[in-house]
Design a protein. Structure first.
Length: 398
């Protein structure tokens, strides 16, 4: 029953976010692909390499590898980190996706608490989670806000760890002038239906190192070469039709990000002056790309209870505002809490310290149920209407 409830809520949210208009060269490029007869880059299609090249140029990455999903990119990055049975990978404690990629490769996810304002990994908590079995750190840029990558990188370089940036929600976000996906060793991007750059599905992995690029390319290519298998590679390649739409969307992506940033300002104004709602902003030098506008509900004397505020939002039937996200930290998902993955039963992982009981990351546990999210992808008139209603709800509570 719990799974059905979460699934229904997720589908409803996706429907709100996935309806996009076609305003660029999508139809032109799709026709070119169909006219060519080459639906795969393996058969001579040119749109996939063009998509990779343009994405690399736009984001400042040295290399880019187009994939079928961001999960494929994350899994490939975990493999490239040589993280398997008997090893650990550090993840943040809000999102489950990095941990899932770790479990795909039979390694063990270790969770680090977050900053309560930014929702990103807290660098002050990172080093204590590193052991001799740690192979990599997966850093998620929450809702489009970059994490404190300079501090995180300094710790990871000290311990010789691969740094994987989960940029699924943070395309064209920047930290101190540098785009997300270019600061760590591997960047992983999502073009799933709800994301800032929506292709229905799709992903991209970026790298600055040639050897990493070759490894990622193998996973995104064919699992065999002329029907001969030389290694256990994966089939995460993108098709030419998706790449063609991706190339067209890249041409308008900077303008789309600016539209999302403008929509976020309406939500900002709605909560201006409210002492029990704080914006998800910072650190210094971080430029948000607003997959979602996010804020934090703070229980203060004189303000409403979380239950009362959540009820008021639900009663208003807003199409763009929600409270509480998943309501649980990443390690409280049934997959982790109930040890559903094969990695937990693998004898080679018996020496890995696995602590997933409540209280492991207290800040995340307290923060996630209090996250207020606003859908910036919605049309401006819908955002303005819902922002006005949100402001009215806040005023009602005084």
């Amino acid at each position: 029953m719990l799974q059905e409830t979460f699934t229904e809520s997720y589908i409803d949210a996706e429907k709100k976010l996935s309806n996009r208009s076609t305003q660029g060269n999508e139809l032109v490029y799709l026709k070119q692909v169909l006219d060519s007869g080459n639906l795969s880059s393996l058969m001579g299609g040119t749109f996939t390499p063009r998509f990779e090249s343009q994405f690399s140029e736009l984001t400042g990455s040295k290399y880019a590898v187009a994939m079928n999903t961001c999960m494929g990119a994350l899994h490939s990055a975990v493999i490239a980190a040589e993280a398997g049975a008997g090893s650990e990978v550090i993840c943040d404690s809000v999102y489950i996706f990095g941990a899932m990629a770790v479990l795909y490769n039979n390694a063990i996810p270790v969770f680090v608490d977050i900053n309560p304002i930014t929702h990103n990994m807290d660098p002050d908590k990172l080093e204590a989670a590193i052991t001799e079995r740690t192979k990599a750190v997966i850093v998620t840029h929450a809702w489009g806000l970059p994490a404190e990558m300079d501090r995180i990188l300094a710790i990871c370089r000290k311990h010789h760890l691969l740094v994987i940036e989960d940029c699924a929600e943070a395309v064209l976000a920047r930290y101190k002038g540098q785009y997300t996906g270019t600061m760590g060793d591997v960047g992983c991007f999502s073009f799933q239906a709800s994301k800032q750059m929506s292709l229905g599905d799709g992903g991209m992995a970026t790298a600055q190192d040639e050897n990493l690029h070759k490894q990622l390319s193998n996973f995104a290519g064919a699992p065999t070469f002329l029907s001969v298998a030389y290694s256990l590679d994966y089939n995460y390649r993108i098709n030419e039709l998706t790449a063609a739409v991706g190339l067209a969307r890249l041409e308008t992506l900077p303008q789309e990000i600016e539209r999302l940033r403008e929509n976020a300002t309406y939500f900002d104004r709605a909560v201006l002056g409210c002492d029990w709602i704080t914006l998800q902003r910072g650190p210094e030098g971080a430029e948000h790309s607003f997959y979602y506008w996010a804020a934090n509900f703070i229980e203060t004397k004189g303000g409403p209870t979380l239950e009362a505020f959540s009820h008021a939002v639900e009663e208003a039937k807003l199409t763009t505002i929600s409270v509480g996200d998943t309501k649980i930290a990443a390690y409280q998902h049934p997959l982790i809490k109930e040890r559903c993955a094969a990695a937990f039963a693998d004898e080679r992982n018996k020496n890995c310290i696995i602590r997933y009981e409540d209280g492991v990351c207290p800040v995340a546990e307290k923060t996630v149920p209090r996250i207020i999210l606003g859908d910036t992808v919605a049309p401006q008139e819908v955002v303005c209407k819902d922002a006005d209603i949100l402001h009215g709800i806040i005023q009602k509570f005084g």
